[in-house]
Write a protein that binds this ligand. Structure first.
Ligand code: MN
Length: 415
């Protein structure tokens, strides 16, 4: 495939990708687009030219500030729109209307791509679960249920923000080491979690279960996900019902949803599962995805330092298994729901997807580019996560999800 547009060979947003997002060009008019190189194809403008047929129908859909109604049209329609854009980009000569249909991606403001309904976070990396388990239970790191089912919890969607949104250091209750009563304080152990998340593309009815072999039909696409975590708040509050205020102060998503179709070339087999999963979780074939992941920390204006390199293929439980498990009790899902993987750690140091693991609970500081080091995040640090699939001549990337830590505000509740 070749295009009349000039696209750099290492661009995440190649002709093979064509992810969907919501952007505005500084005019305060959020609308749908497809990223290509440093450009955005304005889908409402493209609809107006009749590129997708039914001009008024598609123009109205693409002028909305979220993609939910578009996604709900179903994969035959969303895939056809992508194909039409691809054909338009591959025309032998620059189309006359190119100027009207393209926006500048480098100056565009990106919004949340969907109105997120329910949000679930899984815990599907065996390396992450083992690392965290070891810190608390050296002899028995994995709890007995872990290899039987994809553990998860219901999170909160109201505080999910698009890449670039700063994150304020939260306050909460913290139990200082060796003490018996908690203190009220700003978190001192602010952390990131390197995750991928999928967006639901098809509703189910209450009582219906998604079969593991059909699960991909219900997944529209994927984004990068940073599940910001206040470890000290989390440690005191999580027993017995799990994560709460140590998590829901903010989570960040990358703005471009890479459709599952674009990730097909990167499908790969997952790790061998022992014990063999129950039949409802038995996903045959290549259900994992080979997507390289990295995390960099930038201290103030210093050069960013890559602190973690991992890969989505390490996940023990696949997205198909997560979705089959989530719905096996009849729990219904809706277009725009977001389901995150849990921290994706790899098998060795340098592949761990959180500061908690990289610094081993704060015992081993991680050096940064400016000569400083970190156990957890400091005010003014910016965390940047990237992800991409790559084959000879083909790159499909997610761009980035970034967020800067802002200092805690002064609190009227401090002693
Ligand atoms: Mn998480």
């Amino acid at each position: 495939m070749t295009t009349w547009l000039s696209i750099s060979a290492n661009s995440d947003f190649s002709l093979y990708n064509l992810p969907f997002g919501i952007f505005d060009s500084g005019d305060g008019r959020p609308r749908a687009g497809i990223a290509i190189g440093d450009h955005i194809v304005d889908l409402a403008a493209a609809a107006e030219t009749g590129l997708f047929g039914k001009r008024r129908f598609f123009k109205k859909i693409f002028e909305q500030p979220v993609l939910n109604d578009f996604i709900a049209l179903g994969k035959p329609v969303t895939n056809r729109v992508r194909r039409k854009v691809q054909e338009w980009l591959c025309r032998p000569e620059t189309p006359d209307n190119a100027g009207n249909l393209l926006a500048d991606r480098r100056t565009a403001r990106m919004h949340l791509p969907v109105r997120i309904g329910d949000y679930t976070d899984f815990y599907s990396s065996i390396e992450h679960a083992t690392n965290v388990g070891k810190m608390f239970r050296p002899d028995n790191p994995l709890l007995p249920n872990w290899r039987w089912l994809p553990v998860g919890y219901h999170g909160r969607s109201s505080s999910i923000v698009p890449s670039g949104t700063p994150v304020r250091r939260p306050y909460g209750q913290i139990l200082p080491k060796g003490q018996e009563t908690p203190v009220f304080s700003a978190s001192r152990q602010l952390d990131f979690e390197l995750e991928m998340a999928f967006i639901i593309g098809k509703d189910t009815a209450l009582g219906e279960s998604v079969r593991v072999e059909n699960a991909e039909d219900y997944i529209f696409g994927l984004v990068l996900f940073n599940d910001w975590s206040a470890r000290d708040i989390q440690r005191w509050e999580y027993v017995p019902l799990g994560p709460f205020l140590g998590k829901n102060f903010a989570s960040s998503v990358s703005p471009w949803i890479v459709p599952l179709e674009a990730l097909k070339p990167f499908r790969t087999k997952g790790p061998k599962q022992t014990p063999p999963p129950f039949e409802y979780l038995n996903a045959r074939g290549a259900r994992n995805y080979d997507i390289a992941l990295e995390v960099a920390i930038q201290a103030g204006d210093a050069e960013p330092a890559v602190v973690c390199r991992s890969n989505m293929r390490h996940l023990y439980w696949s997205m198909a298994q997560q979705l089959a498990h989530h719905t096996i009790n009849g729990c219904n899902i809706r277009v725009g729901d977001l389901m995150a993987s849990g921290t994706i750690s790899g098998p060795g140091p340098g592949t761990y997807g959180s500061m908690l693991e990289l610094s081993w609970a704060g015992q081993q500081p991680i050096p940064l580019a400016d000569g400083s080091s970190r156990t957890f995040l400091q005010d003014g640090d910016t965390v940047v996560m990237r992800g991409w699939g790559e084959k000879p001549g083909m790159r499909v990337g997610f761009g980035e999800v970034r967020g800067e830590i802002l200092p805690a505000l002064s609190s009227p509740f401090l002693p």
